[in-house]
Design a protein around this ligand. Structure first.
Ligand code: SF4
Length: 460
């Protein structure tokens, strides 16, 4: 993407002909955009030349909800079925087809929810689902099991359960509001939830994941920004998948959010036939950083119902990161992740840069294929930091210490569930396997970092 000019930034997206005569004050009103969303075949056919497969998808009774704001619908190329905007929001017949490993809740979010709508998967942060409504609906949505279904939305009583859980769970320092899309909520309810979260002492930051600036930038009003700015530190991740979604309206919405002091990131999903190209991704991230939006995650498409035809190979994602890292600014390179099917969270995946290692030497390669050796310090003492480390509060991660616990010497191994009973092979306890102390590693589990302060440090 070339440099965005001032003239471009002040411009506006051409409207589809059916909305050409709508007065500007209506067009620029987010409530008008919401109430005039397109969702039926008859209207779609007035401005898009639909393919037979799209007609099949739009006509299907049991499809995932279809709604597109007039603003976003105006970005669709009416004559190109491969238009990247069109493919994200117009259903195709193939989205109804089952595929291997497909699940309704592929990230097992509902299984990781101690109360309805609150997903507590990581040690110190939670995902709080606050609505099932979005401004428009993405055909590959991970949460299509509830999103778009107004009957599945969260009640006030469930919000109270979510807030109560957070109040009594001090390990949570970061809350991400999502849904659905929190920025489609009534301003009063959103304000209420943010203010309740803001009052919880141990919650250090609040984040919102929203596609509203992309689907309906008109929602980013001065009043909304003033309200959000009361709850700093507040971060927002938007969701742009293709450079075609970067418009003057989105630019101005991001500018307003940034001016309200909100750091912006972007999450995109790797989508076959839409953005599975190094060159499209480069154009996307260059456009994002010009809007002061930091590319944050590039997601592998989930194994969720309806999304089968959007999936790429994982190697395509690795190739894209290979084409970004070093080829463009580090700020512009997102982390490519596979969200673990069945729960387990995001797993970063990328090219390998460490070629080999020996004591004192690491052999690395850069993006150009230049191979070099980093010579490690022979006198590096990793224990020298411990006195200072002892002054830092150690956050507890019960049951979730993971591989770090191996590196810290707290455990020698991590076993899959059922490992011990499988390896007993149905045998009984006997004179050789009775004594557990045989397999207790010497010194393992000792807290190496808990060394006492020196006398001089104690008196400082
Ligand atoms: S905006 Fe997010 S939650 Fe809404 S349909 Fe798209 S992916 Fe799903």
């Amino acid at each position: 993407m070339s440099k965005l000019s001032r003239d471009w930034v002040l411009g506006s997206t051409p409207r589809a002909p059916i909305w050409a005569d709508v007065p500007a004050e209506k067009w620029n009103d987010w409530r008008w955009q919401l109430s005039h969303r397109v969702n039926d075949l008859e209207v779609l056919e007035t401005f898009i030349n639909l393919t037979p497969e799209e007609i099949e998808g739009v006509s299907a009774e049991d499809k995932f909800r279809l709604d597109i704001t007039p603003y976003f619908a105006s970005l669709i190329d009416p004559n190109d079925p491969m238009c990247p905007v069109r493919q994200q929001v117009i259903p195709k017949g193939r989205e109804l087809k089952a595929f291997e490993s497909m699940m309704e809740d592929s990230l097992a979010e509902d299984r990781h929810s101690p109360v309805p709508g609150l997903v507590h998967r990581y040690p110190d942060r939670v995902l709080m689902l606050v609505t099932t409504q979005c401004a428009s609906y993405c055909r590959y949505c991970t949460r299509s099991r509830i999103v778009g279904d107004s009957a599945a939305t969260f009640s006030k009583a469930e919000f109270q359960l979510q807030l109560d859980y957070l109040r009594k769970t001090p390990q949570v320092r970061d809350v991400l509001l999502s849904g659905g899309d929190a920025l489609t909520m009534s301003p009063r309810m959103l304000d209420y939830l943010l203010s309740e979260l803001h009052q919880i002492e141990h919650i250090e930051i609040i984040r919102i994941g929203s596609r509203v600036p992309v689907f309906m930038p008109q929602r980013v009003t001065d009043e909304l920004c003033d309200m959000l700015a009361q709850y700093h530190p507040l971060w927002i991740n938007i969701h742009v998948n293709h450079p075609k979604e970067i418009t003057p309206e989105l630019y101005r919405a991001c500018e307003k959010l940034s001016q309200a002091g909100i750091p912006l990131g972007n999450q995109s999903v790797l989508l076959a036939g839409i953005n599975d190209s190094v060159h499209i991704q480069r154009e996307l991230v260059h456009g994002l950083v010009q809007m002061r939006v930091r590319p944050y995650y590039l997601y592998q498409c989930d194994l969720v119902e309806g999304a089968g035809h959007f999936r790429t190979s994982v190697s395509k994602g690795i190739e894209i990161i290979e084409g970004l890292r070093g080829h463009t600014s580090g700020y512009a390179v997102p982390t490519y992740v596979v969200d673990a099917p069945g729960g387990g969270g995001k797993i970063p995946v990328g090219p390998q840069y460490v070629i080999s290692q020996a004591p004192g030497k690491v052999v690395l390669r850069n993006f150009e294929g230049y191979i070099t050796t980093y010579t490690e310090a022979g006198d590096y003492d990793p224990t020298a930091i411990r006195a200072w480390e002892a002054r830092v509060e150690k956050r507890s991660e019960p049951g979730q210490e993971g591989v770090l616990s191996l590196l810290e010497g707290k455990e020698l191994s991590i076993k899959p569930e059922g490992f011990d009973s499988t390896h007993k092979r149905g045998g009984s306890e006997h004179r050789l396997n009775r004594d557990e102390s045989k397999w207790t590693p010497y010194h393992a589990g000792a807290d190496e970092t808990a060394i006492p302060l020196t006398a001089s440090e104690k008196t400082e």
